[in-house]
Design a protein around this ligand. Structure first.
Ligand code: SDX
Length: 386
């Protein structure tokens, strides 16, 4: 049995579990005021961007720290349209992988395979990494949609050389061109999920970047981090929770949540390391969830969500985060729950890429310390005497 020596932790007041509250970088990408519930991308409030922008414009903002001119935006849109197709080896992988594999696991592998096609060994220059950011942002939607089509027994739908990221993803996923409203709703979801400071997956991307590794390695790591239910995996968990409630003979969301809390279970889609109030993104997603639930006959999902929200507020004084209402929005759009985290990645690639380029341009190897808790320089014991 390993004995932990009794380290007096008070000697080390500086241990911040989970790096809580530690400022490790300067950044132009985003600002979050967790008390006021404010989120700013590159200087623009998320509410301003939600009202006026598009996902492609937000990509440019996150990569260049300013809004694009018309010409620059058209150049970016064209580059995305021209880079949506997948290399043969990735398509063959998607066609052969276990159809029961998790979409985030398939995405992680496929993104990693994209590196094999890139023979440029310059991992540091902004222009080369900008091009790779475009490629990754263009191809991730195709990977997700292609895997979904294959696992459902359908042919892969090739991307169009026209249209927005949102339009193409819904087209490739469903095999039919989306209406203007569906495209606009989805595009707003992508704007809301694009960037969020030093969350676990973005920190992962920066840590990989800090060794001067390539962006494919950084994004592969970030996808792995986002997959967890305490982070991006929460939106799928929220939907599974609502579907569990739906299966009950007489669904009672208040008792359902109270029971989970009594069992010390976390309610997915609630709480946040930074926000100690309503996540500003959740306001927009709540409005979308209400409208879409009513429109598609899933009113009970929204009503249950509000009952859960009110119970969490009254019982734990905890507010919803970005993942809570996004689940109902995607479900009302007919998207399968296990795709929601991959859709989160489809948007957050823009933030990860922005942080990767920012880190590479002002890099210092990320290497914190840990406090050793065991006895040091122990005497050796031969195995027969242990
Ligand atoms: C995202 O960081 C980002 O920016 C992430 C993100 C982004 O855009 O990148 O915003 C996206 O990941 C949003 C979060 C998605 N995760 C979930 O919805 C999972 C459920 N949430 C919790 O696991 C939790 O709120 C965290 C992990 C998100 C944050 O947790 P913290 O900061 O570590 O807080 P904590 O776990 O220490 O909780 C403090 C107290 C605890 O109570 P006590 O043990 O002190 O009595 O609040 C309770 C917790 O039990 N609590 C919850 C809860 N969240 C916190 N109780 C029930 N359900 C919850 N969801």
């Amino acid at each position: 049995m390993t004995t932990v020596v009794d380290v007096d932790l008070s000697q080390y007041p500086y241990i911040n579990k989970g790096l809580e509250g530690i400022v490790a970088f300067t950044t132009n990408k985003s600002f979050i005021d967790g008390v006021a519930g404010e989120l700013i991308y590159g200087g623009y409030n998320i509410n301003t961007l939600a009202e006026n922008s598009t996902f492609e414009e937000v990509c440019f903002l996150l990569w260049e720290d300013r809004l694009p001119t018309t010409e620059e935006l058209n150049t970016l849109k064209k580059a995305l349209q021209e880079n949506r197709e997948l290399p043969e080896n990735v398509i063959n992988f998607i066609k052969s992988v276990n159809k029961k594999a998790e979409p985030m696991s398939v995405l992680r592998t496929a993104v990693s395979m994209l590196a094999d096609e890139d023979e440029n060994r310059d991992f540091k220059s902004h222009d080369v990494n900008y091009e790779r950011s475009v490629k990754l942002t263009a191809k991730i939607p195709t990977i997700i949609a292609a895997f979904h089509r294959v696992r459902e027994g359908h042919d892969i739908v090739a991307p169009l050389k026209t249209g927005s990221t949102s339009f193409n993803f819904l087209y490739m996923l469903n095999g039919v061109e989306p209406g203007e409203k569906a495209e606009k709703v989805f595009d707003l979801c992508l704007i809301l999920h694009a960037e969020h400071g030093m969350n676990a997956s973005t920190f992962t991307a920066r840590a990989v970047c800090s060794t001067e590794a390539d962006i494919y390695s950084a994004v592969t790591g970030a996808i792995g981090s986002l997959k967890g239910p305490l982070h991006g995996g929460a939106n799928t968990a929220v939907m599974n929770m609502l579907l569990e409630l739906q299966k009950q003979p007489n669904p009672d969301p208040v008792e359902f949540v109270k029971g989970k809390l009594a069992r010390k279970e976390k309610i997915m889609g609630f709480g946040h390391r930074v926000y100690k109030t309503f996540d500003p993104r959740a306001h927009h997603l709540q409005k979308l969830a209400k409208a879409l639930a009513e429109e598609t006959g899933h009113v009970e999902l929204y009503e249950w969500s509000m009952a859960i929200l009110n119970t969490m507020k009254s019982e734990k004084n905890i507010d919803p985060n970005v993942d809570f209402f996004s689940a109902t929005v995607y479900y009302s759009m007919g998207i399968m729950p296990d795709l929601y985290t991959a859709i989160f990645a489809l948007s957050r690639i823009s933030g990860w890429a922005g942080h990767f380029m920012e880190q590479m341009e002002n890099n210092r190897l990320i290497r914190p310390k840990a406090l050793f808790m065991l006895e040091k320089n122990k005497k050796w014991t031969a195995i027969e005497n242990r």
